[in-house]
Design a binder for this molecule. Structure first.
Ligand code: MG
Length: 165
């Protein structure tokens, strides 16, 4: 398919996130959870703005497209054996979901790693929903991508706050 507009990447990534049950507000709530201990006056609006800026980056959109596409294919049982079973079971030793997520975390430097590790363990809010295996949905990639966007947005917010204080 030549000439499908490249501009569609951001629009499609945002649409896919919404279709898979994740809103900007859900991710902003994770940012709030991560950052409010350090910024007691933090406003949700600031969290939302930082999430928007992270999603506006092409590398992040690429990760969203790739991860959600694989999740949906696994959900529809359209992948080859044994990848189909590995993704459908969300096997913990698979690890490629985390690698894709790290490509997002990397963007804003090393404190992103700390945030990502922490939120992946705590699984607050939308991350708990995405990890609910009783729904029949496959979110093997999406949970890591959402955690990574939150971690990257938190790093961005923290860097900006440090530069204005
Ligand atoms: Mg995962």
């Amino acid at each position: 398919m030549p000439n499908k507009k490249v501009e569609n990447v951001e629009e499609t990534a945002r649409k896919l996130l919404n279709e898979r049950g994740v809103t900007v507000n859900d991710i902003a709530e994770l940012v709030y959870f991560l950052q409010v201990p350090y910024h007691p006056d933090l406003k949700m609006e600031v969290c939302r703005e930082n999430v928007e800026r992270v999603i506006a980056k092409r590398e992040v959109q690429n990760a969203i497209l790739t991860g959600i596409c694989l999740d949906v294919l696994a959900e529809e049982k359209k992948l080859e054996h044994p990848l189909q079973e590995i993704l459908a079971r969300d096997e913990s030793l698979y690890g490629i979901d985390e690698i894709i997520a790290l490509s997002i975390v990397n963007i804003y430097g090393s404190i992103g790693f700390t945030n990502y590790g922490f939120i992946d363990k705590q699984k607050p809010g939308i991350l708990e929903k995405l990890n609910d295996k009783s729904t029949g949905k496959v979110h093997t990639f999406l949970d890591d991508i959402v955690g990574a966007i939150a971690a990257a947005a938190s790093s961005r917010l923290a860097h900006r706050a440090a530069n204005t204080e």
